[in-house]
Write a protein of this length. Sequence first.
Length: 384
Amino acid sequence: MILLTSLFTIFNSLLLFSGAGKYTKGNYYLAFVFFLLGILGLTSPTSLDSIIPTLGIFLFPSSLPLNLLIGPLLYFYFRITIRKIPFQFSSDYKHLIIFILAMINMLPFHLYSFQAKIKIYENFLIDMLSPFNIQLLFTSLSDMYLIIDVVTIFYLILCFIFLQKNKDYFANSLKSDGYRAINQWLIWLYINFSILFFMNILTGIRAFYLGSLPEPYYFHAVAFILLILNIRLYQYPTILYGIKLGTNEHQRKITLIHQNKKKSRFDDNFTERYRLLLIELIASKEIIQETFSVHSMAEKLGVSSSLLNQYLKEELNINFSQLVNQTRIQVFLDSTVPADFKKYSLSGLIKLYGFKSLKQFKIDFAKYASEEYEIYLAKMKKNG
């Protein structure tokens, strides 16, 4: 079962890689994660003994440092899926430091003779704990095994924080079906990896500090969880095959649960008048004026302020303040050019778009812009 699951995982990594495209760039990260999981499964004695035992000399423990990439790659996957922020070496190199140190840590093992490596792997087939006593440059192999799990759990916590912090932006950026599908997939992925690596930590502590080998059913349980994760992947063709998901015209927020849509109290005529007015307010930039208010917008629609607020809440699931701030950020992004950052101070520039303080501008930018504030600012200043 472990062998078949590992091969199935590697096969799915190739599918993910081939399915990566304009709307699923994150599949590159996810493909590598699945590939590493498949290789990790192949390094088990039962798997390699079923294929070519000597292959283990090249896969274990040589490939162990690669597992330190699983955590960062998961974080990059969550980040690009939720906020469309790709890997940038200039700012993301720090996520690779532990992996690089682990590769350096393996240098003593790489200097072993081929015959010594064969002996290590032969002992591994007999006693699973025997190779973990190898002393490396900084740590023992057993310490590095536990460090991998701790680092991965740390990145899973980062993924959770990132998802919660950007939940509103994520919901606003997709149609309801697409949002529910991707959100459910991310949650499922997160839960499975959390279970797998917590199991690894508990098993590592038992093995290395209590001297108790993991029971056979442990490996079957790990293989079963990984198999379910692979099967669930096929339930999300959006993820696996890169089916396009568009954005909502009004970028309405979608809740995390399935809800029956309430029958609207507003007819199509009102919705169309609202849409045309919003386009007009953006084109004239009236909406970015500090004096713009819910009363002035309601007056243009020929309705009361309370009715407009009800429409925003019931139909778009936002309030007037969120509508204005979101639109102002979009107008800011569409209108500013690098030269503006030389002509105005940043505080002066954002006031032209209706923002009273830099603090509030940064908060709204984080919610509604498609890239991080610091990256955007550095790009504009560089191009200016």
